[in-house]
Each structure stands twice: as structure tokens, then as C-alpha cells.
Design a protein around this ligand. Sequence first.
Ligand SMILES: [Zn+2]
Length: 278
Amino acid sequence: MFTITNHLLTPARQFPLRHGSQAVTPRYIVLHYDAGATLAGSLNHLRNSNLSYHMLIDRDGSSTQCVPFNRKAWHAGRSNYRDISEDVNAHAIGISMANRGAVNKYGDRYWLEYEVGQRIGDPLTADQVVRGYHPNGGSERYWERFPNTQVAACREICRSLIEIYPTIVDVVGHDEIAIGRKVDPGPAFPMASLYDLVPDRGWKERHLYRVNTPGETLNVRRGPGSDTDINGVLQHGQLVYGRSFAYQNGTATKWLSISLDERHVQNGFVHADHLEKV
Ligand SMILES: [Zn+2]
């Protein structure tokens, strides 16, 4: 369906944006949404910003490439994942999907609002939204549904990238590497449907921690803070996989998102003062 030649995807429209001059070796694919009502509007916004994605995928599955895959793009901002303590952009391919993100309900219509009352584009109907909680916390909201054709195109592009760039070990959401700063692609995107493309999800890199609470247990929290619900309990000496430190007011905290097994799905948060790196 897709081919990649000289770090460019076919078929795809080309829309060049800012990128780095040095070659990068991609280790991760980072997925986003563009928080816009139309892809054309987002491209226009990107042209006038310092941000860039390698690819954007429209709601109908058509794709636009902005940066060659072996060049750095500016999509993740302040971010960290496993052994990358900042600047995930230097190690990642960024793909953004046309999607409004969270929308607000008025009557039987659902609107994207950048500020309350400032409605952007056309509203959605009930069959175009899903209701759900974001795994990083917050109240229940409505989110624009990702059409099947768009998810299928994203999957095929990821599959092609992993084939061409065997250094890619995982596919993650922006909201998994910039926790507390970003919520895209959010709960409406079926991340788990891509995990069979990266069967070991980089687990060989491990990034393990041991719980260090002699004589005591350690609470796992639903969100990055001791004021959030308790999700589970860990024993002294137990091993966990470290994923990403959450941000608060733009600064990295010691609240670490963890996974308890090699599926590497986020199981909650623990405070790193109670962990030691293995
Ligand atoms: Zn993003």
C-alpha cells in the first residue's frame, strides 16, 4: 500500500516544514493529533510555527509528508521516555492525525473550542465522538472518534516504517512521553491495535527499577500525584519498568509512569524516591 524511498513515503503529498540538517536514527514512532477541525487549517498553522511533524494523516486516510524520515522534526517538545531524559525528537518519527481531540457538548452537537465560546470549524454529531477518561487523569470528556480509514492508514505507515527502519522498537503516544503537558492522541485512539507491529516494544532495553521500601509497601497511583486514586500496591524488592517522568507546570517531576509487565502499558505512577535503578 505504501512504499518508502529515500526517506519519503509514496503515495503522499509533500508539504515541507522545518527540519534538522543532521541524520537521525529513529527508535520510536510518536503519535499525535493536530487539535484542529481541518487538516488544511493545521498545515497553515504549522507553516507559520516552529513545529513540524514527519507525517500528517487526514480523516480520510490520505497522508502528507513534511519532513524526511531521517531528519529531526519538532513535534514532541519537552519529553522523556525510558533512557531518553529529554528531546525525544532526536530519536523519533512524529506522525499526527487530523483530529479535534476533546470537544464540548452543546445540545446534540460537539464543538472544538480553543477557549469557551470560541468554536472552531464544524461541530460533530454523536456518532463521531467517544466518551472517556484520559489515562493520565482528568474528568470524563468527549473526544473526536478516529475513523477506521485513518487508523488503518496510520497502521500501514507505521508498518512500512518499522520494515524500513529496524531500529524502531516502539510506538508511543505524545501523552505517554509528555505526561502532564500533552493529552494527544488521547483515549479515542486505539494504541493497543498497533502493538503487534512492535512485539517486544523494546523490552530488551529494560529500564528496570526495584521498589525500595524496606518493611513497607508502595502505592501505585492512577495519576502523577499522591492526591490521586490508588491503583495498586507494590512490595519491597519488586521490579517495575520505568516509562516516563510526568511534568508539572512544564518541569519534570519524580512521578514515574510504570509498567508491571512486558506489554509496557502504563499501569500507573510511583514516586521515584522509592525506586532504585537496576
Ligand atoms: Zn502532540
